[in-house]
Design a protein around this ligand. Structure first.
Ligand SMILES: [Zn+2]
Length: 220
């Protein structure tokens, strides 16, 4: 029965993969080729900057991963939140982080006004649906744009950008998720704030990581 419904819907409202344009089944958000384009997570060793206790990434910020992030954030493709959640889930399972509580880097008020939604909160909600314990811990204020800033400048720029929500219960150990890791300044600042409020262990997990030689070209 469901198959018949699907075929009818497919016929009336054909759907296409937003990442490659290929026709997809009615219920699918992206095609299987794009969803599985990369065998993430990245397993290379990256230097970890305190106060973070580790950083893990699904894939480099390139190809369909970059496209998915950009369409989700800047082109109102809300359904892609689920795809980003799938990639984050694969990463957390691979590194056995899936039983830890998850929090997210909050969207700034200006970005919220532009996009109309909190980028990573929506992704967190998708993770919650597949069994993750999500805690909202941080709030952000607007600071000047990070684009074209060096790592050191970014660290200075984000200082004071985040603070913990009042009356939020903070677990001793947390995974904090974000879409793109560029220099790490954002995650480090979030970890600093969380630790100043008593969290002992903070691990950053992002959908993508910008390659070192592309940092200046791909900053957002
Ligand atoms: Zn596709």
């Amino acid at each position: 029965m469901l198959e018949v419904v699907e075929r009818v819907l497919d016929f009336i409202l054909p759907r296409f993969c937003p990442l490659c344009g290929k026709r997809v089944r009615f219920w699918s958000i992206v095609c299987d080729n794009c969803l599985n384009a990369f065998e993430g997570p990245l397993t290379g060793t990256f230097s970890v900057y305190q106060p973070l206790d580790g950083t893990y990434h699904f894939w480099w910020y390139e190809d369909v991963v970059e496209k998915a992030v950009k369409l989700y954030k800047y082109a109102d493709r809300f359904s892609l939140a689920k795809v980003l959640a799938v990639w984050l889930d694969r990463t957390m399972r691979y590194y056995s982080l899936h039983n830890l509580p998850v929090t997210f880097v909050p969207t700034t008020p200006n970005a919220f006004k532009e996009r109309g939604f909190d980028t990573m909160k929506r992704v967190s909600e998708k993770l919650e649906r597949i069994g993750y314990a999500v805690v909202e811990t941080l709030t952000a204020r607007d600071v000047p744009s990070q684009a074209a800033l060096s790592r050191r400048e970014r660290l200075r720029n984000v200082r004071g950008k985040y603070r913990t929500l009042s009356e939020t219960w903070l677990p001793p150990e947390l995974v904090i998720i974000d879409d793109v890791y560029t220099t790490g300044a954002t995650l480090e600042e979030c970890a600093r704030v969380l630790k100043s409020q008593g969290v002992k262990h903070v691990i950053g997990v992002t959908v993508a990581r910008v390659k070192k030689d592309q940092i200046s070209k791909k900053t957002m």
